[in-house]
Design a protein around this ligand. Sequence first.
Ligand code: TRP
Length: 332
Amino acid sequence: MSNKRVLTGYRPTGRLTLGHWFGNLLNMRALQDEYEAYYFVADWHALTSDWQDTRGIREYTEQMVLDWVAAGIDPGTSTIYRQSDVPEVAELTMYLSMVTPMSWLERVPSYKEQREQISEKDLGNVGFFLYPLMQAADIAIVRGDVVPVGEDQAPHLELTREVVRRFNTQYGNLLVEPQAIIPNEGARVPGLDGRKMSKSYGNAIYLSESEDETTTKVMSMVTDPARKLKTDPGNPSICPLQQIHKLIGDAAEVAEWDRCCRVAQCGCVAHKRAMAEDLNAYLSDFRARRKELASEPGYAWEVLAEGAASVRPAVDALMTDVRRAMHVDSGV
Ligand code: TRP
């Protein structure tokens, strides 16, 4: 195991989906064996966009911890904590804001896009403007070396690197320039309608839903849109059902569905039934484990309390150095 640190965070704004499973969770689970791992629930980041309705944050925080642990992110190996349990993140965001030109934040693509595209929320607040800078503080505060994130987050990592360089030039080499790890495209999971799986499209399969819910959803999935009748040959390469089946099913069985679809020997309804069964089997250990954890009252909060204690030494060490370098300590 390397003594480098991996860090990533997720906003508690909804339940985790099969897209998160392949896009993030498997990756986080593998990385905890390779690095010292810091995984946190970014509840302050959830506030930046959802400040007008914050009711879900506590519940989603708890659900996220249950999903992580049930997925094999081991609280004995990884430090699992909540951003708001490290108030120094706010202090460091403020220090970083001193070296950050406003124009750097104004030109972050996600900021511009979301201001333009999202009209149902008020994102004109300073908190949302500071979103990428607070992300930089999250990473810098534990001296994170590698950060696994989705492709959409690459500009935030770039900004983090620029801010770190500017801080280091001004105050001495204290902060670490992090590397992004972007998961491969093959892990992209289509939703029920064939678009990218996302809670906001209403096309998601949730990890914590029941087997019956999963089955009902799979039975409603889009397949090859050109295949109207069972007697029409289909194209499994563009079929979202088959794309998910490939991720979770037995390779030989999935190849047989591919073959029989192309020659119109099997129908989509039978394929959906088989895929739903395979998907429920694939998730059954996770779901059993999650149920067990959820039945222990307060379990997630215990994990977060332990995580808050175990991230503390790294935070104290970094903040001591930063305050000293900026002359906001006593100097002794
Ligand atoms: N912006 C990330 C997302 O939306 C969440 C996040 C907050 C994060 N702070 C971070 C990710 C630090 C990696 C590192 O998914």
